[in-house]
Design a protein around this ligand. Structure first.
Ligand SMILES: C[S@@+](CC[C@H](N)C(=O)[O-])C[C@H]1O[C@@H](n2cnc3c(N)ncnc32)[C@H](O)[C@@H]1O
Length: 224
């Protein structure tokens, strides 16, 4: 949903570059055209995380999320009146605390972020030993790779759908004795049958492991 002058704005912005960080070359800003349908929803938490990061007294400061946001061309004003605006950073902060507790008790564990989008919790919580997988659809992972995150053996991007069979096998290749799955903003997008399949795959593939997830009331989903 672009305004009449969007083409001109995009062309202008496209000629700008993102300031180099950590000794990297300046990066061309990315258009979000590759993120369509459900994938585009990842821009909502990204935007609210940045607002929270920049807010005086915010729940967290996150330079990586600000960097991702800076690097993407998008009509961010579209999110100005989102009803989830105030709640999203709160749920993120709650999950940060819970994931932080897991890391403290299992520093050699593995966190698997399902439907990760451009989430940067890894950078907020990294203790130098935790292993972490960001799993999302192939187009999202391809987009994320263009953002040139710092490379780390402990931080892997996995391109897969949680509705496909192969993802459990892929994650098992990295599994440790303790695994925590996190799903923030993922489950509103599936049918009841799909939820059964995903939770069945998790229970069969990773018995005894933990999971943190956020759900949305049907009334909220219908209101969208
Ligand atoms: C609202 S975004 C949340 C992103 C991230 N968890 C966050 O809180 O910033 C929903 C994410 O779920 C991903 N997603 C949707 N369906 C998926 C599927 N079948 N398998 C893996 N990821 C999926 C989307 O691509 C998108 O990145």
């Amino acid at each position: 949903m672009r305004g009449d002058n969007t083409g001109a704005i995009v062309r202008k912005l496209h000629s700008e570059t993102v300031a180099p960080r950590e000794g990297r070359d300046p990066m061309q800003r990315l258009e979000a055209d590759d993120l369509k349908g459900v994938s585009e929803t990842l821009l909502i938490p990204l935007h609210y995380h940045v607002e929270e990061s920049k807010r005086a007294g915010g729940a967290f400061k996150d330079e990586m999320t600000e960097r991702f946001h800076d690097a993407i061309l998008y009509e961010w004003d579209r999110f100005a009146s989102e009803p989830l605006r105030s709640g999203m950073p709160i749920r993120t902060a709650i999950l940060d605390e819970q994931v932080g507790n897991f890391i403290a008790g299992a520093p050699d564990g593995l966190v698997v972020n399902l439907g990760a989008g451009l989430d940067t919790r890894f950078y907020r919580l990294d203790d130098g030993t935790i292993r972490w997988i960001e799993l999302d659809l192939p187009n999202v992972i391809a987009f994320r790779r263009k953002l040139q995150e710092p490379q780390s053996e402990r931080h892997q991007l996995v391109a897969a759908s949680v509705l496909d069979e192969g993802w459990v096998r892929q994650v098992k290749l990295h599994a440790r004795s303790r695994v925590l799955f996190v799903a923030e903003g993922l489950f509103p997008y599936f049918t009841e049958d799909e939820h059964r399949r995903i939770f069945g795959d998790l229970a069969d593939g990773f018995p005894g492991q933990g999971m943190l997830f956020q759900t949305s009331a049907p009334s909220l989903i219908q209101a969208h």
